[in-house]
Write a protein that binds this ligand. Structure first.
Ligand code: SAM
Ligand code: SF4
Ligand code: SF4
Length: 334
């Protein structure tokens, strides 16, 4: 086990497999910036699945228990099930999951499950079709994502979580509908405060609807009570329906930051490590991987990086830091 300067162990790894996406969510990849001329990474810049699997195996040796595959949209990268298959076999890896916008799940859920994926998180910001289309800006309707969720369920991917980013003036009026729809289904909706990630999404504090406001709005219709965290470092705060119809989560990175428990490391598609979601620069691992370094050398590099880590951006956030250059969410995957 390796601890950082704030005594936090390395437990989770988020692997972004691509910087591309078939959506243009306004809060993540606004079309004005991510247009036809945007320079996405080239194929040979990406880590191969073999390279990713090697990194994961080494990091499991340093304490990583959970891996989340993300992007961009992970399902736009070819044969993602092959990566799932390679990661599944790694001894000591306890949890392997995937975050997706759901649009390609109908086509891929069975292959992913057959490769050994156990569960998925699907992003869906609203059940109101006009609102959802305005948010993804890619002409994809709610029905496509709900069908993707159904496909995941049929394939045995379970439990399923739904992520919804809440942006004031955009979808905040549809939060209670989302809660109502998934109540009693076993699917947990997690409402995420709109974050100042990257430098392109025009974030302003006024756009943030706090977790507290969200819980209050839902509670007025369906009373909620706080539930204990499942484990230390759990990102979402849990709230349970008093009538037993399940639970929701709120991810309050703006109003109640949780850096003290942050055990997450992030790997970008081209093999850079980020010790914080709000990092300004990554640490190149691909160069090391492609220079013939041994497993021991790679392990020592990552352990050194983690030991020096003192990030706690969300706890230090000010109006000034919100405007600093930062890596894009679509690059390192949330
Ligand atoms: N494309 C996949 C998806 O949308 O699920 C995976 C990558 S996406 C970057 C991961 C998560 O980050 C999604 O649930 C998305 O809603 C969330 N996200 C993106 N930009 C955000 C922002 N500015 N604030 C809060 N969450 C954001
Ligand atoms: Fe794509 Fe996910 Fe970002 Fe939306 S949130 S643009 S689906 S990467
Ligand atoms: Fe972790 Fe950085 Fe987010 Fe704090 S701001 S919770 S250190 S990723």
């Amino acid at each position: 086990m390796v601890l950082d300067r704030l005594q936090r162990p390395l437990r989770d790894l988020r692997v972004s497999v691509t910087d591309r996406c078939n959506f243009r969510c306004v809060y993540c990849m606004p079309r004005e910036v991510f247009g036809p001329d945007y320079a996405f990474l080239g194929r040979d810049e990406l880590l191969t699945y073999e390279e990713i699997a090697r990194v994961v195996r080494i990091l499991v040796g340093l304490g990583v228990e959970k891996v989340r595959i993300t992007g961009g949209e992970p399902l736009v990268r070819r044969d993602l099930d092959k990566l799932v298959g390679a990661l599944r076999g790694i001894e000591g890896l306890k949890d392997l999951t995937l975050t997706t916008n759901g649009s390609l799940l109908r086509a891929q859920a069975r292959r992913l499950a057959a490769a050994g994926l156990k569960r998925v998180t699907v992003s869906l910001d609203s059940l109101d079709d006009a609102v959802f289309r305005a948010m993804n800006d890619a002409g994809v309707g709610v029905a496509t994502v709900l069908d993707g969720i159904a496909a995941a369920r049929e394939a045995g991917l379970w439990p399923i979580k739904v992520n919804a980013v809440v942006k004031r003036g955009m979808n905040d009026h549809t939060v209670v509908d989302l809660a109502r729809y998934f109540r009693g289904t076993g699917i947990i909706v997690r409402f995420i405060e709109f974050m100042d990630v990257g430098a392109t999404n025009g974030w302003r504090l006024e756009h943030v609807v706090t977790g507290r406001e969200i819980v209050e709005a839902i509670s007025r219709e369906f009373p909620l009570e706080p539930a204990e965290a499942n484990y230390r470092g759990e990102v979402a705060k849990r709230w349970r329906y008093v009538d037993g119809a399940g639970e929701i989560g709120v991810i309050t990175s703006i109003s109640q930051p949780f850096c003290g428990d942050c055990t997450r490391l992030r790997l970008s598609p081209e093999g850079e490590l980020f010790t914080c979601l709000f990092g300004t620069r990554g640490h190149d691992l691909r160069g090391l991987l492609r220079s013939g370094a041994s497993d021991g050398e790679i392990e020592a590099f990552v352990a050194g990086l983690w030991r020096g880590r003192e990030d706690r951006y969300s706890e230090l956030r000010t109006a000034e830091t919100a405007g600093l250059p930062k890596v894009e969410m679509s690059h390192i995957g949330g």
